[in-house]
Design a binder for this molecule. Structure first.
Ligand code: ASP
Length: 311
């Protein structure tokens, strides 16, 4: 057992406009990020696995209407809430994912159930929902997921005939990476997708290798941004491959992977962690909701260039 427990989270990246955030708005986000970090970190301290810690942190972000996952999910072109999530265990490379899932309160736990109790990696739509019902996961009616702010964003997107990631504040896909006392890494990602996307669209967040990946030998990574570009660049696995095949640090490898994304016209960021407890929280967009907690470096949160020490 080691006490190198480390956890990092993100709450989405995009071209956020800093002047649209008052100090109070920022504080509201910081508090949820801090809460998610400290609950995930406590789990690790108590001896839980990195897989469990990742779920605990992500579930807090999914329960907050501030983020585009679970409760605060954005609407598809049809006005539906369809959620995606994935999770991966770096020790044995087991993985689970769900896409176009409705009415499940915490899609990250649906992904974990797939990882633990299913012969397949990715379940979609009605089949995914039926699997979740069988496993007795917490369900909520449509009203639980309805937020006025997200609906207004859909109305605006429909008017403009656009699909939004970078709508001033509609980003907010969430993710976590963790290192537990056994030295095992895990990564999880959860999203409500893009506002006004074609319904039935599957995001990178549901795809192992694109929006999520973990391997104890390389790193755990969770991504956020223009998902279709992350799928085309298989970004999460690409970062793992860069770490594996090139003699570069995690930070240098993340820069390289994001540079390749940029060349494809993509935008966003990632959080990555290796089994030495080294972290890289990097983005090529204007901002990324993010935070990290470890014994060595304490707890820090930020949205733009600031990265503030918290208790
Ligand atoms: N990657 C997500 C998607 O394309 C969006 C995000 O990261 O905010 O659905």
């Amino acid at each position: 057992m080691s006490n190198q427990y480390t956890i990092a989270i993100h709450g989405g990246a995009g071209n956020l406009l800093e002047d649209r955030f008052s100090q109070e708005d920022k504080e509201e986000y910081y508090q949820v990020l801090e809460d998610a970090l400290s609950k995930g970190y406590s789990c690790l301290e108590e001896g839980s696995s990195s897989l469990e810690a990742v779920c605990v942190s992500i579930a807090i972000l999914e329960d907050s209407p501030l983020f585009n996952a679970g409760r605060g999910s954005v609407f598809s072109s049809k006005g539906t809430i369809e959620m995606d999530a994935s999770i991966m265990d770096g020790k044995e490379l087991r993985a689970g994912a769900v896409t176009c899932l409705k009415n499940i309160k915490n899609p990250i736990y649906a992904a974990k159930k797939v990882l633990e109790n299913c012969d397949h990696v990715l379940l979609s739509g009605e089949g995914a929902l039926s699997f979740c019902k069988e496993k007795k996961l917490n369900m909520q009616p449509d009203e639980y997921f309805f937020t006025e702010k997200r609906w207004e964003q859909l109305v605006e997107a429909r008017k403009e005939g656009k699909v939004f990631l970078d709508h001033s504040d509609s980003v907010g896909t969430v993710g976590a990476v963790a290192l537990d006392g056994e030295g095992n890494l895990a990564a999880g990602t959860s999203t409500g997708g893009l506002t006004n996307r074609v319904w039935g669209r599957c995001s990178d967040s549901s795809q192992i290798g694109s929006g999520n990946y973990a391997n104890n030998k390389t790193c755990a990574v969770s991504c956020t941004g223009t998902g279709d570009d992350f799928i085309r660049s298989v970004l999460a696995y690409d970062l793992s491959a860069i770490v594996e095949y090139k003699n570069l640090s995690l930070a240098e490898s993340s820069k390289l992977a994001l540079e390749k994304l940029k060349q494809l016209g993509g935008n966003g960021g990632l959080i990555a962690l290796n089994s030495k407890g080294e972290l890289s929280l990097d983005y090529i967009s204007k901002g990324m909701f993010r935070g990290q907690k470890s014994k060595k470096e304490g707890c820090k949160v930020g949205i733009f260039s600031e990265f503030l020490e918290r208790k």
